[in-house]
Design a protein around this ligand. Structure first.
Ligand code: ADP
Ligand code: MG
Length: 329
């Protein structure tokens, strides 16, 4: 790599830190972070490794957005607002200036849209695959964060957006949709985008503060993540698969509903609402984010999830392997 570590930090990353003066333009050993007394700091980290979480040769602009997206979805699930980021890059020795150019632009554009400032990190080169790790810091009013625990039997279960698009997009990219109907150009473009670019539901997360009893972001698949929420809340759940919202493109793919509910990378929010709050939910929901009721929490032992069809008949759940996140690409 012709650029040394300090050139990289000065040229590509220091400009991303200018709105946080306490980051000293990335020239000191560490950044300082002050948060208001009435706020709690919310901290999360997610890493992406080439060949595991993204295809080798992936466009660096899109990669920056993917890295931010997976982290911001966790902040959204806690009801937090983004504040700052720490970025660790483990780079193959042949990483080019063009790669940094794309990555820093992707980072800048995405944070301009969703908030938060780069305040530090670490940059190393080695002979292994590209590995990116981000720590995202956010704030939430003290005592108000949305947790996975807190759902009560009888609460309604809602999801934002549509489910399974990213899974359909990955199948399309890997060309395993051949036995399924051919999608139109706009449908395949839509599911591919949903796989590559995540839309963290930050505005929804903040709107749900004081309204939802629990919340999780769907990254491993709707059924798997609902299982995590049930475990933490010590509840069971009934889900009505015919109510689960699908995009026109996912519907047209004819991928079975149970597979879409088991696919990962939706980055939508799944949350529970007590009946008394259901009427205000539609008023506080940010515009353009569809919210759909798909079931109720029950008092059965966690994580007992029952699927019931439109005729009221029980559907047999897929075995664990069928809906756990499949590691790798
Ligand atoms: P040290 O050797 O003391 O850890 P570094 O040379 O690693 O210092 O980092 C110098 C400064 O640059 C620090 O403020 C660090 O947070 C920042 N920095 C290094 N790499 C990155 C990066 N990839 N993104 C953002 N900031 C970075
Ligand atoms: Mg360092």
């Amino acid at each position: 790599m012709a650029l040394n570590e300090f050139d990289i930090i000065r040229t590509y990353f220091a400009p991303l830190s200018v709105s946080a003066p306490e980051a000293f333009q990335l020239t000191d050993d560490a950044a300082l972070l002050n948060i208001p007394d009435n706020q709690t700091l919310v901290c999360t980290k997610d890493a992406l490794t080439e060949g595991v979480h993204f295809f080798p040769g992936e466009d660096s602009y899109r990669l920056a957005q993917k890295l931010l997206g997976v982290n911001l979805s966790d902040l959204a699930a806690m009801g937090a607002s983004p504040l700052a980021y720490l970025l660790a890059l483990h780079l193959p020795q042949n990483t080019t200036a063009q790669w940094f150019e794309g990555f820093s632009h992707g980072f800048k554009d995405y944070t301009a849209q969703y908030g938060g400032t780069l305040i530090g990190g670490d940059t190393t080169t080695y002979s292994g695959p590209l590995c990116l790790s981000l720590t995202a810091l956010g704030t939430v009013p003290k005592g108000q964060a949305l947790l996975r625990q807190g759902a009560k039997p009888g609460d309604s279960i809602y999801v934002s957006g549509t489910i399974g698009d990213s899974h359909a997009g990955l199948r399309y990219i890997k060309d395993t949709l051949t036995e399924l109907p051919k999608l139109s150009a706009s449908q395949s473009e839509y599911i591919t985008q949903r796989y590559h670019i995540h839309t963290p539901r930050l505005a929804l997360g903040t709107a749900l503060l004081g309204v939802a009893t629990s919340c999780i972001d769907i990254s491993d698949g709707l059924l798997a993540d609902l299982g995590h929420l049930c475990n933490c809340s010590k509840t069971g759940a009934i889900i009505y698969p015919h109510l689960v919202p699908l995009s026109e493109a996912a519907l047209a793919s004819h991928i079975p509903m149970l597979e879409l509910m088991g696919g990962g990378d939706d980055y939508e929010l799944l949350f529970t609402i007590p009946q008394k709050n259901e009427t205000i939910l539609q008023q506080i929901a940010p515009p353009h984010i569809p919210l759909t009721k798909i079931g109720q929490m029950t008092d059965t032992a966690p994580p007992h999830i029952m699927l019931v069809d439109a005729q009221g008949k029980k559907i047999t759940l897929p075995n664990k392997k069928g809906y756990l996140h499949q590691a790798g690409l």
